[in-house]
Design a protein around this ligand. Structure first.
Ligand code: NAD
Length: 491
């Protein structure tokens, strides 16, 4: 059992004590999610029995397996949880993280159930983890470990195009997904849909354009939608639009980097702070996101990044004044210890479960507008859904209609030119001529999904004056959708 550490050690400053402390926060994640769901249930008429059935995880598979590396046998520990299979396949990432544990995996799987329901992808919820620090192993070793882990899961249909479809998460990427897909194909050579057993694969190996950036892109679409909604940004005491707003990001990996890049390059925000494992960097006039990314790749840290101030106790920067604070690293970083000190106007949860239940209540009382993980970071699973559809249909998006659309557009331009008696501007012509490419269709489908869910949740919020926040509204919506499916199931 993991015990709560003494109060004096409840900070996240030193890497050495981080593991122990994080385990305390981890073990409360499923409890935290369930308490938030309990609050949301007050705004539904779902019976206690059905609510209980939905909340408890269906099954969690714990695995210990051995891999011989350099003539030495190593034993690894991993999990795959199916939280709810009210729809199949179930879906959710696999993370590689030395701090993972069973409670964390179950909490994250629960979040996937609600997230998938909110954005209406036809999946139940699942999650997996391997307790490993990927940096401790060479690429060859990691491949062997990943393939062995995949074999264990495939043998039990915990990876299967029709039953359970993983994706990348913390510590994993398209590389691991390609190994998993290949392992599945090796074990099921006659399955014509084998590529659909996992999403987030490299584009050349059955993946889809835009998957790697998808979670960050989805966050950008939701933040833009927030600034389009006057009532919402007034609630957060904002004036003006997104341009020039100051943001701080914790976690500069796949999700954090893409959010910072898109918001800086396309929306003109100032990325004033970046918090990483080794500490935080700050610049009042804004950090160059691409340069920080290159610097972190070259040096494995953010410390000493030119023209920035460095803070060893990176977690303290969560409390710096900024317009939008974006935790994009991991769970349980905003707790009842630091929530009261936050000075942001909006807290956008790009990571899964960064705010504990108690902290969530404090943020509400402080009037900080929280955009919850349950839909803010759903861009990844949305584009994973598109990839899965592409794998099952065996044809890329846009392949059938791109040239046809271009020919139609050409005819329209010719008619316009005839009617005007002059040529259409070449730049406008090029834009009009363009048929739908895969990346454009993916971005359009993603933007639609994110904006529709934002507004559905907003409506749910406004439908009942007693609902105080977007998280409660989002969970009320999710649980109603899931209950609706359960009602028609044979139980
Ligand atoms: P990643 O491994 O690519 O990046 C995580 C980053 O956080 C790394 O740069 C790491 O150094 C940093 N980090 C770790 N511990 C930290 C700490 N204590 N303080 C500051 N920085 C720290 O992972 P990712 O895929 O970007 O995932 C980040 C979060 O987003 C996770 O909570 C994950 O569950 C969630 N998420 C990811 C996806 C996806 O598509 N990858 C989708 C939805 C949600």
């Amino acid at each position: 059992m993991i015990r709560r550490p003494p109060r004096s050690t409840l900070d996240r400053s030193s890497a050495a004590s981080d593991v122990y402390k994080r385990q305390y926060f981890m073990c409360s994640m499923l409890t935290s999610t369930n308490r938030l769901i309990d609050d949301a249930l007050n705004y539904t008429n779902i019976s206690k029995e059905l609510a209980h059935r939905i909340k408890v995880p269906n099954a969690t598979y714990s695995i210990n397996f051995g891999v011989r590396l350099n003539d030495k046998l190593h034993t690894f520990n991993g999990w795959r949880c199916v939280h709810s299979d009210h729809m199949e396949p179930v879906k959710g990432g696999i993370r590689f993280d030395i701090d993972s544990n069973l409670e964390e995996v179950e909490g994250l799987a629960a979040l996937m159930t609600y997230k998938n329901a909110i954005i209406e992808v036809p999946y139940g919820g699942s999650k997996g983890a391997l307790k490993i620090n990927p940096n401790d192993w060479s690429e060859d070793e990691l491949e062997k470990i990943t393939r062995r882990f995949a074999q264990e899961l495939i043998e039990r249909d915990m990876i299967n195009p029709a039953r359970n479809v993983p994706a990348p998460d913390m510590g994993t990427s398209s590389r691991e997904m390609a190994w998993i897909a290949d392992e599945y194909k090796r074990m099921h050579p006659a399955d014509i849909n084998s590529l659909a057993c996992v999403t987030g694969k490299p584009v050349g190996k059955g993946g889809i354009s835009g998957r790697e950036e998808a979670t960050g892109r989805g966050v950008q679409f939701i933040i833009r939608e927030f600034f389009r909604n006057k009532e919402d940004f007034k609630l957060a005491n904002f004036k003006g639009g997104l341009k020039g707003k100051k943001i701080a990001i914790q976690g500069f990996g796949n999700v954090g980097f893409h959010i910072a890049k898109f918001l800086q390059e396309e929306d003109g925000v100032l990325v004033v702070g970046i918090i990483e494992r080794d500490g935080a960097i700050f610049s009042e006039s804004g950090l160059d996101v691409q340069k920080v990314n290159q610097y972190k790749k070259n040096n494995g840290k953010v410390e000493d990044f030119p023209k920035s101030q460095f803070f060893k106790q990176g977690y303290k920067m969560l409390e710096f004044p900024c317009d939008v604070l974006i935790p994009a690293a991991m769970e349980g970083v905003i707790t009842n210890q630091n929530a009261k000190n936050l000075k942001c106007k909006v807290l956008a949860e790009a990571a899964n479960g960064p705010v504990t239940y108690e902290a969530d209540r404090i943020l509400n009382e402080k009037g900080i507008f929280v955009i919850p993980d349950a839909y803010l970071n759903a861009g990844g699973v949305t584009v994973s859904y598109f990839e899965w559809l592409k794998n099952l249909s065996h044809v890329g998006f846009g392949r059938m209609d791109r040239r046809f659309a271009e020919a139609q557009n050409q005819r329209v331009i010719e008619l316009i030119e005839k009617a005007l008696g002059k040529k259409v501007d070449q730049d406008a012509k090029d834009k009009l001529l363009e048929g739908p490419s895969e990346i454009n269709l993916i971005r359009s489908g993603l933007e639609d999904t994110m904006r529709v869910s934002y507004n559905e949740i907003k409506e749910q919020h406004h439908s009942n004056a007693k609902i105080t926040d977007r998280r409660t509204a989002a969970y009320a919506l999710a649980i109603k959708k899931i209950a609706d499916i359960y009602e028609s199931m044979y139980l």
